[in-house]
Design a binder for this molecule. Sequence first.
Ligand code: AMP
Length: 419
Amino acid sequence: MAKTMAVNAGSSSLKFQLLEMPAEQVIAQGVIERIGMDDAIVTIKYGADVQGERLIGHLEEDDEHVTLSKNGKGKKYENVLAIKDHQQAINFMLQKLTDLGIIQDFNEITGVGHRVVAGGEWFNHSVVVTDSVLEKIDRLADYAPLHNPANAMGIRAFQKLLPDALSVAVFDTSFHQSMPEENYLYSLPYEYYTRYGARKYGAHGTSHRYVAARAADMMGKDLSSLKLITLHLGAGASITAVKDGKSLDTSMGFSPLAGVTMATRSGDVDASLVYYIQEREGLTNDEMLTILNKKSGLLGLSTISSDMRDLLDVQDTNDHAKLAVKIFVNRIIKYVGQYIAEMGGVDALVFTAGIGENSAPIRQMIIDRLSYFGIELDTDANQTRGQEIEISTSSSRVKALLIPTNEELMIARDVEALK
Ligand code: AMP
């Protein structure tokens, strides 16, 4: 059966998932971290149904081993070795998939879908990668300097090793291209939009698109008839108003720095304050951007951690942690309120990503604050983690749904659709 690989290439890492399509069955997933270093780490998880039982325990090299998962069904391959670039990382990974019996031959992989962060106004849906598409992804590096070059590198490396596989680009921004101009334009001189594309593009589009479609399925309604607010709350967080199945507005902006408070990103800040701090502290533009992207958010406010779990653990005894959680929840409430007003109502709130899928207390804090518009939490159902479930009561006028996101599946489906 044809296999499709969903790829997320970062500057020093590469995540992948290999799916049997159209069965949509995940047969392996993994990550290569620290690409470019002498101690790169390769992890591949695969299931018991993979052909051919393999050695469990240490293989010949010290750092290379395969372990069985607790339930005995899954296996995990791990290795630490020198990997100089993405090309070598992908070559090693494909070879290892073959050695482990997950694939018999590279040619079984007939499609590769790549997550691309910035698609600008050029891409409002996923596309087959051509030379002109690649050139545009390169040019869009201005909008996502840390991501697009790495995404393009991943695409080129796969094309070299799997020249016959269909190569597809799936953009984080595509879903939000449906926003009307009153939502995507900043109140800046219009010429900056025409000259530089200075506007809101949003992000996490593949995740918002996936959970919105799943929400409609769970509700037994047509997506085009619903008003949804999808809350992707992970290390990066964004909130989207989905009306008639389309993104109407979203909290991230020109870049993924805008919107709600995130793990280390500030979210919305008065632009003049940035200049004020930069001048007082004598910071360069890059240093200021690093503070806004890497040292702000939950980490900056709490001074102790960017991880919501750590903050919830100590919020009763640590005022900074408590404040960070309070601000995180409050920013979300404000966006939800805005989007209810913009859509003229809401049928369901959808929680997804690390915090949204796993944190019952955060979901409860958000929903309790929104009870005025007819949403009522089922506190038992809300204890669920990481699986699809309705967490509002049966009498709740507005539904609350927990839906684990699955960007890889969405990428694989887009590849299938373009075959
Ligand atoms: P993501 O970016 O979607 O992988 O989400 C990662 C974030 O999810 C982490 O930084 C944690 O803050 C958060 N997270 C994961 N599990 C939990 C949990 N059980 N409770 C609260 N936050 C969690």
